[in-house]
Design a protein around this ligand. Structure first.
Ligand code: PLP
Length: 391
């Protein structure tokens, strides 16, 4: 008899049947669903990438396996972008590795550093691979809380307590944050880095949303210190360039951390496809399209935020492609939105905060729902009108 591993077994039960059923029911009843659920943009990929892919198909007809850490031309273009965007100097040969989007990098990263039952600190709400990657690497997740009352930043006293008690090898952090949209500032990063260094913790900073912002331009953790010995940042083209389907990202950080991560990757895969790297190259040579993307999201954000706020719902949307809306009971609210306009058979799909909780106890996620600004302008406008009229 075929049996999954004990670790995989823990991920096979999908507990959100209730919300799923409500969505399927609405579809069965002929509802048009405006989908603001998953953070997967419906707009086309940046066209420079498509040009690059075409060039890449010819150029790499005979290239063979790509280099494990990525093509030099792409790494250099990324180093130049990092200099323009964050003012940091990066050695493109030793401090950058190209990855298949950031999910694979986030999932695999702990395998390079954990021994059995080592602890990893993970935010109480957020991106699930922090937890699954830790568990498949044999580690044990320990959660720190991210709550509205702390501005969705970890409390440094709580962290010191957790560092002392669990001696974690790695701490995951994600700013701009999915789902709360919070941004971390330089001062916060500096205090955190000092604390992590005291307890020998690697700070793994997921910066997938760093180029989607509104009033405040988010900083990278790498801007907060000249010593990157325990720092690594995870980047992705998925949100910056509307390129979730491309599957290209990169890591950048301290030489030793990057060296060990690269060593792990040489065991695991044989680099990112040559053609995809050629597409990604164009994205890092042009910053204008990222500005255009921000303008598109800003327009959608303003419409939806205004509609929700007109109903007395508090909205957080400092950066990212999300609005984190304080609605109370997140599952009940999600179900209500799916059935908001029965007359015209239009439903709005969002993600209940409860679904984004990684630790049931240590968060206020069930008070919030996440709106992803990924539907087209027309649908966002329609959703806003329905919310204003019917909620
Ligand atoms: C916080 C966060 N990090 C990383 C990712 C991964 O993106 P990708 O694998 O497409 O680079 C996502 C995707 O939604 C995310 O929300």
């Amino acid at each position: 008899m075929i049996k999954p591993s004990e670790t995989l077994k823990k991920f096979l039960n999908y507990s959100f049947a209730e919300v799923d059923r409500a969505k399927q029911e609405a579809i069965k009843n002929g509802y048009q669903i405006i989908d603001l659920g998953v953070g997967d943009p419906s707009d086309p990929m940046y066209d420079g990438i498509i040009e690059g892919l075409k060039v890449g198909a010819e150029k790499h007809a005979r290239t063979g396996y790509p280099p494990y850490i990525g093509h030099e031309e792409l790494r250099v273009a990324i180093a130049e972008w990092l200099k323009r965007r964050f003012g940091i100097d990066v050695d493109s040969n030793k401090q950058i590795v190209i990855t298949s989007g950031s999910k694979e990098a986030i999932f695999h990263f702990p395998m390079a550093f954990l021994n059995q039952e080592d602890k990893v600190l993970i935010p109480s709400i957020g991106y699930p691979p922090y937890r699954s990657g830790t568990m498949f690497a044999g580690g044990i997740p320990v959660y720190y809380s991210i709550k509205e009352s702390n501005g969705f930043l970890p409390n440094l006293e709580e962290l010191e307590f957790l560092f002392q008690k669990y001696r974690p090898k790695i701490m995951w952090l994600n700013y701009p944050n999915n789902p709360t949209t919070a941004i971390a500032g330089i001062d916060f990063y500096q205090e955190l880095i000092a604390l992590a260094r005291k307890y020998d913790v690697i700070l793994a900073s997921d910066e997938a949303y760093i180029d989607i912002y509104y009033d405040v331009k988010p900083v990278s953790i790498l801007q907060a210190s000249n010593d990157w010995s325990n720092l690594i940042a995870f980047h992705s083209l998925s949100k910056r360039n509307n390129a979730t389907g491309l599957r290209v990202g990169f890591v950048v950080g301290g030489e030793e951390i990057v060296k060990y991560f690269a060593a792990l990757k040489t065991q695991m895969d044989s680099g990112v496809a040559n053609v995809l790297q050629e597409g990604a190259l164009r994205a890092f040579k042009d910053d204008n399209h990222a500005e255009k993307m921000r303008q598109i999201y800003a327009k959608r954000r303003a419409l939806l935020k205004e509609a929700l706020e007109s109903k007395g719902i508090r909205c957080y949307s400092f950066a990212t492609i999300y609005i984190w809306a304080k609605t109370g009971n997140s599952v009940a609210f999600t179900k209500k939105l799916l059935n908001l306009d029965p007359k015209n058979r239009i439903g709005i799909n969002v993600t209940p905060g409860k679904l984004l909780a990684l630790d049931e106890d240590e968060n206020d996620a069930d008070q919030f729902v996440r709106f992803a600004l990924v539907a087209n302008d027309e649908h966002i406008k329609l959703a806003s009108e329905i919310i204003k009229e019917k909620l």
